[in-house]
Design a protein around this ligand. Sequence first.
Ligand code: NAP
Length: 406
Amino acid sequence: MGETIEIRPDGSISVPDHPVIPFIKGDGTGPDIWHAARMVLDKAVETAYDGSRKIDFMEVSAGEESFRATGEWLPAATLETINRYRVAIKGPLATPVGGGIRSLNVAIRHALDLFACIRPVKYMRGVPSPFSEVEKIDMVIFRENTEDLYKGIEWEAGSEDALKALSFIRETTGIKLDETTAVGIKPISSVNTKRLMKKALEYAVANRRKSVTVMHKGNIMKYTEGGFVKWAYQAAEEMFKQQTVTEEELYSVHGGSVPEEKLVVKDRIADNMFQQVVLRPDEYDVIAAPNLNGDYMSDLLAAMTGGLGLAPGANVGEKCAVFEATHGTAPKYAGKDKVNPGSLILSGAMMLDHIGWEEAGNMVRQALEATISEKKVTYDLARKIPGASTLKCSEFGRAVCERMNK
Ligand code: NAP
């Protein structure tokens, strides 16, 4: 019988040798990739700890299967279970059409206050990429997960609420917008920006990263995106003064050399940053971004390093963490045992790191890289690797397990 992961008074987690970890298989291709990922995670834990540790995976329901069985897309019991066990893993979920829920994924993040979406992007040997300097990519994006776009406040053009909003805007600013205008609100707060930046800095300090770059469009949206930059710098100043130096101080005080044991906090305007990560990827390390910027940047960097089939992600709050494949359900491939399970496998490796089982996490990453570098890949990568053997989803999972060594 498994035991529960607990939170200690200092906020760290205490993990038993047989933790219960709830999982959501997901819709579409979810069951295929979950099957392959579970096989790899079980094998890594068994190999790394000679059988003394084991995850007790517990299925919880959400999505289409849950809706068919219970009429609920996201049962309260699923959220309660994840909340109780602290760590969970999930496949992709379809977006209900015409329901009251905009997106199940967003609903899970809101309900559990998973305010940081963490997406590491690192080049792996053998992965095809259109970029010549792809081996220099090693970044981790911390994307704010609860506001900005994800607050989802918007009104349809012509609706009563949109017209009310238009008249409020006209009365308070004097700006007259056409009646056919749809209206959206972009909320960004100091509280949520600071806790996101704290997570990014904690990670950067613990992993001895070189810099944290705040990505924004504050030159145009002075109070929302501009606020994000201002509050991010304040968080660094208030909570990480000893460990950080701003880029401005780096040149005005330190002559351009980073003082020992410090990391640089800098900011970049989003459009400029998109071209810089392509042209000079080694200048970027940890990135802190509001919701929409972080979304775009995550997919750009994922595309540069092998595509969505290999992009892992985690949604993390103070009390819970949910690890997930970052792509969607890819419904046209559902049940075909075809797609790349790499995203969920690598998300599982992040989960193992999160619970302190780094030996197993590293084993997963090494075995996955070894498999790809031998040109044994699923269809998505095979398209771009001359001479590759195309494996099914489950075959790829087995190939990763076979390459797992202590
Ligand atoms: P998608 O499911 O991500 O699929 C788009 C394309 O990406 C696929 O056709 C495939 O491209 C490629 N792809 C995705 N997963 C792959 C994998 N594991 N291996 C290899 N290639 C992969 O996006 P979508 O079709 O726009 O969305 C479908 C549903 O998923 C929607 O209901 C959407 O709301 C939902 N969704 C859920 C999540 C989530 O749960 N986190 C995220 C995004 C979307 P090729 O056909 O070119 O090979």
